[in-house]
Design a protein around this ligand. Structure first.
Ligand SMILES: CC(C)(COP(=O)(O)OP(=O)(O)OC[C@H]1O[C@@H](n2cnc3c(N)ncnc32)[C@H](O)[C@@H]1OP(=O)(O)O)[C@@H](O)C(=O)NCCC(=O)NCCS
Length: 179
């Protein structure tokens, strides 16, 4: 149990029984997102069905027994010439609208990143809002010479971000990240 900014949260690994509620939460959270494709809830299901899914890094936040937040980290790769490096992607973060701005999103991010570090992962990538994610130490991936495989509009380039969980993890690595 985490006491974060006076919000009592239980953060735990998602379970099969939660999948339907998570699907609805992600759908509704992204209806009010600054950027949304409208199919983020299907993306979560798609990751679970594939080989990049890491159950230990797919977490929910519960408040009063209700699921009010969800985060999913999955494996990804950086292709550097003929070499491939395994890292993580922060694929999806969702907080129910009525529970926002109380530190819940941050709590999910910090717990997931800490778990990832303890599991031995060394860096995390994401495509997301740089104003939000910079508070956790994410910086534009371009600073490491790493870019997304598809063309990204110039004003969104810095939204492709990276965080070293282990200092120096991205030293000497450049190339193209799958997200
Ligand atoms: C983004 C999101 C997860 C944040 O959850 P949260 O629990 O409100 O986050 P926190 O309480 O930790 O942080 C709140 C802060 O983040 C800011 N913030 C929230 N969403 C933001 C966004 N999209 N861009 C920039 N800042 C954002 C808030 O203004 C607030 O700022 P403050 O600390 O200066 O007051 C939540 O707004 C959400 O689910 N949004 C819809 C889905 C989405 O956009 N997911 C992220 C994809 S990039």
């Amino acid at each position: 149990m985490i006491d974060y900014l006076e919000v009592k949260l239980n953060i735990r690994q998602e379970a099969k029984e939660d999948f339907g509620t998570i699907h609805a939460l992600v759908k509704s959270a992204f209806e009010t997102a600054l950027m949304s494709q409208g199919d983020e809830q299907d993306y979560v299901d798609h990751i679970r069905a594939g080989d990049t899914y890491i159950p230990e890094l797919s977490l929910i936040a519960e408040k009063d027994g209700l699921i009010v937040g969800h985060i999913m980290l999955a494996t990804t790769k950086v292709h550097d010439g003929d070499k491939t490096h395994d890292f993580l992607v922060l694929a999806i973060l969702s907080v129910a609208e009525q529970h926002r701005c109380s530190g819940l999103g941050a709590a999910l991010v910090y717990v997931a990143l800490d778990r990832a570090r303890r599991m031995g992962y060394t860096a995390v990538f994401l495509a997301g809002n740089r104003d939000y994610y910079s508070r956790f130490g994410f910086v534009p991936a371009s600073r490491f010479g790493i870019r997304y495989k598809e063309d990204v509009p110039a004003d969104l380039l810095d939204n492709i971000m990276a965080l070293e969980l282990v200092p120096g993890a991205l030293d000497g690595i450049s190339g193209i990240v799958d997200l």
